[in-house]
Design a binder for this molecule. Structure first.
Ligand SMILES: NC(=O)c1ccc[n+]([C@@H]2O[C@H](COP(=O)([O-])OP(=O)(O)OC[C@H]3O[C@@H](n4cnc5c(N)ncnc54)[C@H](OP(=O)(O)O)[C@@H]3O)[C@@H](O)[C@H]2O)c1
Length: 254
C-alpha cells in the first residue's frame, strides 16, 4: 500500500463519488493530496477522514471552469507539498440531459465548460509544475458514454467526454518526451450521486445495469483502482490510452 509514497496528487471533483474514493485510495498509498470541488463542507468532511488516516491533504473550493481556481490549486500543491506529480482531472457534470433539438446553447456550453474546458484549464496549469519535477501523470476522467456507447439525450455530455480523449492524445504526444504520461480513464456506470441521477428509478437503474456485461454498476472504489494504476509506476509505459473500466458496457449487446 505505498504505490504513491512521496508523490503529490491533485484530484478535482474530490467532494463526491469517484473523486472522493480516489482521494481515499491515493492517501492509503502514501500520496499527499490537493482536493477540489465547489462544496467546501464536503471537502472538509473528506479532509477530516484523511487526517484520521494520517494523510497529508489540503482542499480548495472552486469551479473547474475558472482559470484562477485551476492556477490556485496547483499553487497550493507547490506551496504545501513542494510540487505536483499526479493530477486526476475528474470533476464532471451530467449536464441537462434532453432531446438534442431542445438543448439550449447555454446548457451545451455549461456542460462543455465544466467537463472539457475545466479539464484543459487544469492540465494547462498542472503540466508546468510537473515539468519542474521532471515528469508526472495526468489523468482525465472520460466515460463509456461518447466512446463506444451512444445514449439518447446526452449530446453535450458525450461530446465533452469524447473531447477528453482527443485532449489526452494531444497532450500525451506533446509531453511524452519530457516524462509526463497522459491517459483517459473511462468508467462505466458507477454508483455515485451522478450515476444515481442518471438512473433515477428502479426501472432505469435495471436498464443501465443491463448495458454492462457484468450486469451491475461499478462501486466508485473500483474505478479508483484504475486511477491508481494510471497514477502509479505500474503503468509506466502507458500513455495516450483510453482505459475502459466499464464492466464490459462497450462489448455488451444484450
Ligand atoms: N457515475 C457514473 O456513472 C460515471 C460514468 C462515467 C464517467 N463518470 C465521470 O466520473 C467523474 C466523477 O463523477 P461521479 O460519478 O463521481 O459524480 P459525482 O459524485 O456527482 O461527482 C462529481 C464531482 O465533480 C465535481 N464538480 C462538478 N461540477 C464541478 C465544477 N463546475 N467545478 C468543480 N467541481 C465540479 C463535484 O463537486 P461539487 O459538486 O462539490 O462541485 C463532485 O465532486 C465525472 O467526470 C463523470 O462524468 C461518471
Amino acid at each position: 500500500m505505498n504505490a504513491l509514497a512521496g508523490k503529490v496528487a491533485l484530484i478535482t471533483g474530490a467532494s463526491s463519488g469517484i473523486g472522493r474514493a480516489t482521494a481515499v485510495l491515493f492517501a492509503q498509498h502514501g500520496a499527499a493530496l490537493v482536493l477540489t470541488g465547489r462544496r467546501q463542507k464536503e471537502l472538509n468532511a473528506l479532509l477530516a477522514e484523511l487526517s484520521a488516516l494520517g494523510a497529508r491533504a489540503a482542499a480548495l473550493a472552486g469551479d473547474v471552469a475558472d482559470e484562477a481556481h485551476a492556477r490556485a490549486a496547483v499553487r497550493l500543491a507547490v506551496e504545501n507539498f513542494g510540487g505536483l506529480d499526479i493530477a486526476v482531472n475528474n470533476a464532471g457534470t451530467l449536464g441537462e440531459p434532453q432531446p438534442t433539438p431542445d438543448v439550449p446553447l447555454e446548457a451545451w456550453r455549461r456542460t462543455l465548460d465544466t467537463n472539457l474546458t475545466g479539464a484543459f484549464l487544469g492540465a494547462k496549469h498542472q503540466l508546468p509544475a510537473m515539468l519542474r519535477r521532471g515528469g508526472g501523470s495526468v489523468i482525465f476522467t472520460s466515460s463509456f458514454v461518447g466512446y463506444r456507447v451512444g445514449l439518447p439525450n446526452m449530446a453535450a455530455y458525450a461530446a465533452s467526454k469524447a473531447g477528453l480523449i482527443g485532449l489526452t492524445q494531444a497532450l500525451a504526444g506533446e509531453f511524452g518526451g519530457r516524462g509526463i504520461r497522459v491517459n483517459a480513464l473511462l468508467p462505466g456506470g458507477t454508483d455515485t450521486p451522478m450515476g444515481r441521477a442518471a438512473a433515477d428509478s428502479a426501472e432505469a437503474r435495471a436498464w443501465v445495469e443491463g448495458l454492462h456485461a457484468l450486469k451491475r454498476l461499478a462501486r466508485p472504489e473500483e474505478i479508483a483502482q484504475s486511477a491508481l494504476f494510471l497514477a502509479s509506476d505500474a503503468s509506466s509505459f502507458t500513455t495516450g490510452a483510453a482505459l475502459l473500466a466499464d464492466g464490459g458496457a462497450s462489448i455488451s449487446r444484450s
